[in-house]
Design a protein around this ligand. Structure first.
Ligand code: SF4
Length: 401
């Protein structure tokens, strides 16, 4: 991971974006914004799934009125998404939103842009300049011969210049595209040209799994380069999935503290003593239901399991008819195979209540020796080369030699 690129810090309501603020997760409601109860229910679900900021479309007067009703009841800052009609941007600000998203591709009159920026300045509200490759100003499209990275960046910087004319700088920027290489190039270029915080996203990524993969590839690459201050996965799915995925990506990259379960499992191989997929699924369901904020490993064998997953807070490795429960790589208890998942959940709850050190101290004294004996027994029975590695290596040597 590269160090995070320094950006200026802005505030979206109570959520800081940019500077050294944690990278935040955004999502967008799919309900009609005028449907206050339905939209609020979705906003609460998004917050529970990990969203820090939620955007709602403000596409008609009734939507602005809905925002006015929701703002005081929302658990997260709300941003109004405005296209085409600058008056709706003014109306959304009146509704009390914490920020706006404007698309420079479809609100183009400089006097309208300046009017919105001047009002946002008076109200001390941030605006996201949300450039989208699919709705780029046709003049820029023509001049650059398409929606290139340069064209996206120029669109954003042009809008920024119009804002600057009225002394407005409370801005974050996005240059999204559905093409992952294009959005990566555009954000890299933009990050060299401005220190405004950047909102990352692959637009119209589509349904999972492809939509998730595109988003992870684009957003993850940039975050690993230290670029990006807030993110949104744009999936064709329940937006709760967007928020969960965004949050998970930040946790995986170490950019946010783990809020929920991180279940890791070995892929299983010739050594596996248990149906790893089934045990992992059962464990994931039981632990997620209890919202256990730990990294938990399900490993197919005691030969390599505890060692390979020693970085996990807790794990279980299968032995012959047994489960070896380990904490930070140390086997603390041996349980019958049928009780593997129950024991894992019980230990996870104890770790949450008592802490890792206390659970290591409470380890069953005979467990490590029992695991070592089981390991030796498996090696004796299966041999050291159960995955036929030496055969493959010999063939490789034949081919290469
Ligand atoms: Fe899983 Fe053991 Fe195979 Fe590693 S060696 S993949 S822990 S079964």
């Amino acid at each position: 991971m590269h160090p995070r690129r320094p950006t200026r810090r802005i505030s979206v309501g109570s959520v800081a974006v940019g500077g050294d603020a944690p990278v935040s997760v955004q999502s967008m409601t799919t309900t009609k914004t005028a449907d206050v109860d339905g939209t609020l229910a979705q906003i609460y679900a998004l917050k529970a799934a990990g969203a820090d900021i939620v955007r709602c479309t403000c596409n008609e007067e009734e939507a602005a009125e809905g925002l006015a009703r929701m703002v005081p009841r929302s658990p997260v800052p709300l941003i109004a998404d405005v296209h085409f009609q600058y008056r709706l941007a003014l109306a959304a600000m009146e509704a009390g939103v914490a920020g706006l998203r404007l698309n420079p591709g479809n609100i183009r009159k400089p006097e309208h842009i300046r009017a919105v920026a001047a009002e946002a300045k008076d109200r001390n509200l941030p605006i996201r300049i949300g450039v989208n490759a699919g709705s780029l100003d046709p003049a820029l499209y023509e001049r650059h011969g398409g929606a290139t990275a340069e064209a996206l960046v120029e669109s954003a910087l042009h809008e920024l210049a119009l804002f600057a004319e009225v002394g407005f700088e409370n801005v974050k920027i996005s240059v999204k595209a559905s093409s992952v290489p294009l959005m990566i190039d555009a954000y890299r270029l933009l990050s060299e040209r401005t220190d405004h915080p950047l909102h990352l996203g692959v637009t119209e990524a589509g349904p999972p799994p492809a939509g998730l993969i595109k988003s992870v590839a684009g957003i993850g690459t940039l975050l690993a380069e230290g670029i990006g201050d807030t993110i949104r996965f744009s999936l064709t799915a329940d937006p709760v999935e967007e928020a969960q995925a965004g949050r998970k990506l930040l946790e995986i990259l170490g950019l946010r503290e783990r809020k929920g379960l991180d279940l890791i499992a070995c892929p299983s191989c010739g050594r596996a003593e248990v149906d790893v997929i089934r045990v992992a699924q059962e464990a994931e369901a039981a632990l997620a239901e209890r919202n256990i904020p730990l990294q938990v490993a399900v490993m197919g064998c005691v030969v390599n399991g505890p060692g390979e997953a020693r970085g996990a807070d807790l794990g279980i490795a299968a032995g012959r008819g047994k489960g070896h429960l380990f904490v930070r790589g140390k086997v603390v208890r041996v349980v019958p195979e049928a009780e593997m998942v129950t024991a894992l959940v019980e230990e996870a709850e104890r770790i949450v209540a008592e802490g890792i050190e206390a659970r290591l101290a409470a380890a069953d004294e005979s467990a490590a020796a029992e695991a070592e004996a089981a390991r030796a027994e498996v090696l004796e029975r299966q041999g050291a080369d159960v995955n036929d590695e030496s055969e493959r290596i010999a063939r490789i040597q034949e081919i290469a030699g």
